[in-house]
Design a protein around this ligand. Sequence first.
Ligand code: KG4
Ligand code: ZN
Length: 342
Amino acid sequence: MKVLGIESSCDETGVALYDTERGLLGHAVHTQVAMHEAYGGVVPELASRDHIRRLIPLLERVLAEAACTRRDIDAIAYTAGPGLAGALLVGASFAEALAMALGIPALPVHHLEGHLLSPLLADDAPVFPFIALLVSGGHTQLMRVTRVGDYQLLGESLDDAAGEAFDKTAKLLGLGYPGGPALAKLAETGNIDPKTSRYKLPRPMLHSGDLSFSFSGLKTAVLTAARARELTDADRADLAAEFQEAVTEVLAAKAVAACRQHRLSSLVVAGGVGANRRLRQRLDRAMAKIGGRVFYPALELCTDNGAMIAFAGSQRLLQGDVPAATKGAFAVRPRWPLDRLN
Ligand code: KG4
Ligand code: ZN
């Protein structure tokens, strides 16, 4: 069965073709980062218009790469939420219209379910059940994943998501948009030796005894440090490094705590912040200590893409989930909790 995946929830247009027998046949992503850069963040209306421009060329590219035609597609999975309403509507209407024209089913998919299952696309995939740490621009969540479609929320951020905290702090340090990767790069040159580091930031909720997170205070702490005096380049690198230490220490500690509480030895990490090297280092070490292992999606599948949507859709179809006949009527869900999938 060949499933086409369409992702358009934010500032990346992703299209992919996944074959349940042969794996990923083709995938292509267009990122709008350069277009939104001038505004310091995503402009929803521009995002929607750009998705419209990109979808058909991306589809042609993926079909060529897969050596397939439209007639070879058996079903279309698309991101129905959460995300920007207009951007979601572009992908949803494209997918629904194409499915109707081809006489095949269209399947709405939850964006975070896509991220969550993306490590299963790797050759060395985890087996159920496992704990998942979802760290993206909009979400920081720990989930227990029992099987496809069965997700129990264990804890989440009470305010900013980890990626959002990275982006906002990067902006404070003058690193532009999207700041996460730039901040991480700068952090690698900073001093993280607790004995000699000039900055000490809080580790929010590290000892809260639950699996909740809070990251908005960190950004304020960085702002206070930045206002205290004119920052040199070395100061900025040290602040970035200490910020990254604080976020990754809390994320790693809580992810391991979730694994211990549920007596599970597999941890899956998904979402854009999962690309962070320091986070990976800490998680690998901490999980090894309890005899566990961490599974990551391929780096290119950490950020938004169509492959994870095609894959999540295919797993639902294999499981016998029959998409409702929409007769051309469909909806998107800009807000959509993952533990309320159906
Ligand atoms: O999953 P994603 O592509 O989009 C959402 O669904 O939100 O995640 C994007 C987020 C952004 O906040 C970005 O700054 C962050 O992931 N990010 C990183 C790194 N790469 C991407 N944050 C820290 N370190 C990185 N290396
Ligand atoms: Zn995402």
